[in-house]
Design a protein around this ligand. Structure first.
Ligand SMILES: [Zn+2]
Length: 176
């Protein structure tokens, strides 16, 4: 069983055409949450699929070409996946836009990464959720962590707040 796998990063220079590919290990998959451009949007949540699209689209940026030093395009991809996949949803930037409490919809069962992974290694790429860590804060310096976790014996979800745990109805497969 492993937790750490690789990203593929491709830098493509639009000036000289040079392409540089590197592989970097990750132990959690950090996904960017897209910012809604229109304040009048009536969309009440963001899907995990939108987060994948935001994170793995090609981006112009401060990536200098090794050859001509011009800015290059950067494309991040998932190259391989671990047996236990940890996803981090990067939310802090949303607080500056007033969208910090925007819910993220994600599948409790059957998150299928087929088509999102460069090297499947002949293994199934479907993941079921069994725990979440939640950080809640009024300001970035002071907050609390709580967690939801599925008990594999009674199949129920429990909420843990550091002091005690409670049976939770906030997560169930029927809501996915
Ligand atoms: Zn170049």
């Amino acid at each position: 069983m492993n937790f750490c796998r690789c990203h593929k990063i491709a830098m493509t220079c639009g000036n000289c055409g040079k392409v540089k590919i590197t592989f970097h290990p990750y132990n959690l998959l950090a996904l960017e949450i897209p910012v809604r451009q229109t304040s009048g949007s009536d969309q009440l949540s963001i899907t995990l699929e939108e987060c994948f699209t935001e994170t793995f689209q090609a981006k112009e940026g401060a990536w200098s070409c090794d050859h001509c030093l011009k800015l290059a395009m950067k494309k991040l991809d998932i190259w391989t996946t671990p047996d236990i996949l940890i996803i981090q949803l990067k939310r802090p930037h949303l607080y500056r836009t007033g969208q910090g409490s925007m819910p993220i919809d994600y599948p409790v069962e059957g998150l299928d990464l087929m088509g999102k992974v460069g090297l499947s290694e002949d293994k199934e790429l479907v993941y079921d959720l069994f725990a979440t860590i939640n950080y809640t804060y009024d300001n970035p310096r002071k907050g609390i962590y709580t967690a939801f976790a599925k008990n594999f014996i009674d199949k129920q979800w429990y909420r843990y707040d550091g002091m005690c745990y409670h049976l939770s109805y906030a997560i169930c497969a029927d809501d996915s």
